[in-house]
Design a protein around this ligand. Structure first.
Ligand SMILES: [Ca+2]
Ligand SMILES: [Ca+2]
Length: 152
């Protein structure tokens, strides 16, 4: 289950310029980070808050086919599969559904993304860069270490 929470985004780093004997690194991106990177509308390689809000709105509209402004958990799973790559990827519908009415509104989804964006924007400059999306792990005899960033 924990493995499903993280997308292994890249192969081991190419010939490391590091000291001999140092384990190679694995680069990991959270599924939600993949979505946020995809919201970079002007192609400068980083996502602003404005791009985030616009991107979340587009992604929501793509599954809110009735344009009701609210979707159920099944449609949310469709949303997650399309934008996060898996129906069970985080954020979960329980996390996003702020008022617990079993419906996800655009405002709830944008609020959830605003929280995630604030967490990922490590230097607080209002942009999430690819560097901020990457978690680098040493490969110490296994493919992935324990997911340290995520609390459930
Ligand atoms: Ca709700
Ligand atoms: Ca930043």
């Amino acid at each position: 289950m924990l493995l499903a929470l993280l997308l292994q985004a890249a192969v081991p780093a190419s010939p490391a310029p590091a000291a001999p004997g140092q384990p190679p690194a694995t680069f990991v991106v959270e599924p939600v980070g993949m979505a946020i990177a995809g919201f970079d509308a002007d192609g400068d390689g980083r996502t602003s808050r404005a791009e985030l809000d616009a991107g979340v709105r587009r992604s929501f509209a793509a599954v809110d086919s009735a344009q009701a402004g609210t979707i159920g958990y099944i449609a949310f799973a469709d949303w997650a599969e399309r934008w996060l790559g898996d129906r069970n990827a985080l954020p979960s519908p329980f996390e996003v559904d702020g008022d617990g009415d079993n419906r996800i509104t655009l405002a709830e989804l944008q609020a959830a993304f605003a929280r995630i964006f604030a967490r990922l924007d490590v230097d607080k400059d209002g942009f999430v860069t690819r560097k901020e999306l990457l978690t680098i792990r040493a490969m110490a005899g296994r493919m992935m270490g324990p997911p340290g960033k995520r609390k459930r």
